[in-house]
Ligand binder design. Structure first.
Ligand SMILES: CC(C)(COP(=O)(O)OP(=O)(O)OC[C@H]1O[C@@H](n2cnc3c(N)ncnc32)[C@H](O)[C@@H]1OP(=O)(O)O)[C@@H](O)C(=O)NCCC(=O)NCCS
Length: 162
């Protein structure tokens, strides 16, 4: 079940986000709980960061932001992750299926996202939903703990409206 994040989710979101298998592919380098407010607070304030519960436990999250004006039919999907201990069990599939159904319902015609070029699991996941590689942002991503710069792949999905 999807719901908007609340301040009470801070610790659980931190623990999923900062797991070594997850943080490698999100937007910030590892940081302790005491510093995580600088990540969590903007997500909370955005009003469009959702957690996904399975049996009342938060097991995943994502942010989905609708653009404005002439791009109001477009939504950007980001900070998409599933708790490491339940990965590979279909949680991400359920979370994305639900998200896309809601976006279609809201009149969204196009969904876009960025994925790191060295994240084959997520690339396979997005392509499985029909997202297409539309372009590459070269050297757009840098992990403090690794020497190289990573390309960000731009993916998009067109949603058929009824
Ligand atoms: C990418 C991620 C969200 C997938 O979550 P998940 O719960 O493991 O995915 P699911 O079990 O729902 O699997 C859905 C699909 O993902 C792909 N997938 C899952 N595990 C995979 C693996 N080990 N290798 C390749 N593809 C895989 C498959 O296409 C799978 O479809 P299938 O079940 O028909 O084979 C998860 O691994 C994750 O949170 N990774 C860390 C954060 C991250 O990379 N986020 C994306 C940032 S752009």
């Amino acid at each position: 079940m999807r719901r908007l994040v609340t301040p009470a989710d801070f610790d659980r979101v931190h623990d999923i986000y900062m797991d070594a298998h997850v943080v490698r592919y999100l937007g910030f380098d590892p940081m302790p709980r005491e510093a995580f407010a600088r990540v969590f607070d903007p997500l909370f304030d955005s009003g469009c960061f959702y957690v996904y519960e399975v049996d009342t436990r938060v097991q995943g999250f994502y942010q989905v932001q609708r653009h404005r004006g002439r791009a109001a039919h477009v939504a950007y999907l980001g900070t998409f992750a599933v708790a490491p201990d339940v990965q590979g069990q279909g949680v991400a599939r359920a979370m994305m299926t639900d998200a896309l159904a809601r976006l279609r319902q809201a009149g969204i015609r196009r969904v876009e996202l960025l994925v790191e070029a060295d994240n084959p699991r997520a690339i396979a996941f997005y392509e499985g939903f029909g997202f297409s590689h539309e372009g590459t942002q070269r050297a757009a991503y840098k992990r403090a703990s690794e020497p190289g710069y990573i390309d960000e792949l731009m993916y998009g999905l067109l949603i058929e409206q009824p």
